[in-house]
Design a protein around this ligand. Structure first.
Ligand code: ZN
Ligand code: ZN
Length: 343
């Protein structure tokens, strides 16, 4: 089979021919139908310091977002059948630790990540732990199914941000920010503002929902949320940029008792005015890592099936897997939002 491989611990990747893998006990072999490029894949492709520290082995197959069909069951698999259409939950739980036992499998103490600690799905076939192969409801089309893993991060962010009836600001209109904004609307937020310093990304956002669009390079947070009338500021902020500047600029406008949901990863330490912006205002800060298994998936499936989550316009480009170089260029430049690859 062909597979896009991290052939060297250096920038780039290569298409290789590999022996078809065999599922072991509690694993399934899937035939990949459509995959999507994630921010993580771009870091791994470019091999920045963060990616180099993940512990990825040389020769690893890249990619984790996909829709696929189960073609072979490993020993002991009873939850799936050959022919099932699935997407992959990338957080692999041990099923045996305190967090796995109390409903927090997605942040398992012994968590491993599909495509980082295992081979991924930028290939014709992939082996997946059966517990991480999530059956896709029939009414959800393949392209949408291929991006449900990142959509789920946005749904999780809106879920724990408790956005219903509130003014929400989402920082960043990359895929995760956009999906967080879509999910906030779907879960009944009163108003959703989405920011990005790239107008092209805001244009894509405008196709997904009735958002207030905000380019902070053109309009300051001050003129948008006017400090003297802090009641006009957001009640919930969902942060997906990983930019210290973006956070410290908006935090003064978050209302008292507001919530800040942190999703984007930061390259280093973050400096904030804790006394003024968090303690005196009794602000709550929550982290989001992945999707709640399977709470978030169930909610997301319901929202998609009820036409509440309009994420289709986020899919801006489609390529064959062989065209990966151009696909990565477009995804990394921000020219594309979700870029799909077909093996
Ligand atoms: Zn992803
Ligand atoms: Zn565990």
């Amino acid at each position: 089979m062909k597979a896009l491989t991290k052939s060297e611990k250096a920038p780039g990747a290569s298409m290789q021919t590999k022996v078809m893998p065999e599922p072991r006990a509690n694993e399934v072999l899937v035939q990949v139908k459509i995959t999507a490029i994630c921010g993580t894949d771009i870091h791994i492709f470019n091999w920045n310091d963060w990616a180099a520290g993940l512990g990825i082995e040389q020769g690893n197959v890249m990619g984790h977002e996909c829709v696929a069909e189960v073609v072979k069951l490993g020993e002991g698999v009873t939850s799936l059948s050959v022919g099932d259409r699935v997407c992959i939950e990338t957080h692999i739980p041990c099923r045996d630790c305190r967090l796995c036992h109390n409903g927090n499998m997605h942040i398992c103490e012994n968590e491993t990540i599909f495509s980082v600690h295992t081979n991924g799905c930028f290939a014709d076939y992939a082996v997946v732990p059966a517990i991480c192969a999530r059956k896709v409801p029939e009414s959800i089309p393949d392209e949408i199914a291929s991006i449900m893993e990142p959509v789920g991060v946005g749904v999780h962010a809106a879920q724990i941000g408790d956005v219903k009836g509130k003014n929400v600001v989402v920082l960043g209109a990359g895929p995760i920010g956009l999906f967080s904004a879509c999910a906030s609307l779907a879960l009944g937020a009163k108003q959703v503002t989405i920011s990005d310093i790239k107008d092209t990304r805001l244009e894509v956002a405008s196709l997904c929902g009735d958002f207030q669009l905000w380019n902070p390079l053109k309009t300051s947070a001050y003129s948008l949320f006017d400090t003297s009338a802090s009641a006009s500021g957001p009640e919930v902020i969902i942060e997906t940029t990983g930019s210290n500047r973006a956070v410290s600029d908006i935090l003064p406008y978050l209302r008292k008792k507001g919530t800040m949901v942190m999703v984007g990863l930061f390259p280093g330490d973050v400096s904030l005015n804790f006394s003024q912006d968090i303690i005196f205002k009794e602000v709550t800060i929550k982290g989001v890592h992945g999707r709640i298994m399977w709470d978030t998936w169930e909610l997301m499936e319901k929202l998609i099936q009820n036409d509440k989550l309009n994420v289709q316009p986020a899919i801006t480009h489609r390529f064959k897997l062989e065209e990966y170089e151009e696909a990565f260029r477009i995804a990394a430049s921000g020219e594309g939002t979700k870029v799909l690859l077909r093996p």
